[in-house]
Design a protein around this ligand. Structure first.
Ligand code: PXL
Length: 276
């Protein structure tokens, strides 16, 4: 397996098992050198804790990037997640466009919404900025809610294949050819992903666990990136990431104290086995 240098840009939520505290260990377990650019530092994630702190690191980004340029540092993959401000999305676009090797894979998880709602710090201006990031991505990994915000399509709890196809076609018009749409569910007891490549859709479906966990979007995107960079093709990486995420949720289920995240660490060995 080739050893690759990946850059991931997302927040540090000190407590809460999401973003960098998830991406860094998962990508490392997948065997990649993982460089980070924190978008913000929060005391916890914003999904259920009250009174979290938020230090925006937007203005550190251009200086960090300038230093990397001087040092001739380039990345084989750049994977972005939860960002800190509208202005920062512009900086991140420049990083996506200029800091990769010639064969760099750019993966954007437009982490900003779930269950029909934007996360608390985001608004329409942020959605608009995120739309502008899509044409700098080779692969976009939204959930259904994020796909709806990005395309201005009405969010629905119940939908059919026609609705999903329309969502994917509209997303591709933002300038990204490959999309891995997560949380696609056509039956109450099933969920999965729709993988869209050059206009064609392939599905990977699996059983739905009654209650999902916070942070599983980040677990999914990190495992997908880790598997892809291990040479798996897009569909296989999407499937491995789904199986791993399911395992993380199963390992967490039943622990009422652990409402804020998924115990992804206890399934890392399974992920490594899936990559072997
Ligand atoms: O998992 C997405 C995420 C990442 N980072 C922060 C969040 C959330 C979701 O709520 O609040 C800070």
């Amino acid at each position: 397996m080739a050893y690759k240098k990946i850059l991931t840009i997302q927040d540090i939520s000190c407590v809460g098992q999401c973003s960098l505290t998830v991406a860094l260990p998962i990508l490392s377990a997948c065997g990649h050198e993982t460089c980070i650019l924190p978008s913000a530092v929060l005391s916890t994630h914003t999904g259920g804790f009250n009174g979290f702190t938020f230090r925006d690191l937007t203005e550190d980004m251009p200086e960090i990037q300038a230093h990397w340029k001087k040092e001739n540092i380039k990345f084989k993959a750049i994977y972005t997640g939860y960002l800190g401000s509208v202005k920062q999305v512009g900086y991140v676009k420049d990083i996506l466009n200029t800091m990769g090797t010639d064969d760099c894979v750019r993966i954007v998880d437009p982490a900003m919404a779930d269950n029909g709602k934007l996360y608390s710090i985001f608004n329409g201006e942020y959605v608009e900025a995120m739309r502008g990031l899509c044409d700098s991505a080779d692969i976009l990994i939204p959930n259904i809610t994020e796909a709806c915000f990005l395309t201005d399509v009405e969010y629905r709890e119940v939908y059919d294949e026609k609705y999903v196809k329309a969502l994917l076609d509209k997303l591709s018009m933002l300038g990204v050819k490959t999309i891995v749409l997560t949380g696609v569910s056509y039956a109450a007891d099933k969920t999965g992903v729709a993988v869209y490549e050059n206009g064609a859709i392939r599905y990977y479906e699996h059983d739905k666990i009654a209650k999902g966990c916070h942070g599983t979007g980040d677990i999914y995107a990190s495992a997908f990136t880790g598997a892809l960079l291990n040479g798996k093709d897009i569909f296989v990486a999407a499937k491995i990431a789904a199986d791993y995420t399911m395992k993380c949720i199963l390992n967490t289920q039943g622990d009422k104290e652990h409402w804020y995240g998924a115990k992804f660490e206890t399934a890392l060995r399974d992920l490594m086995d899936m990559l072997a």
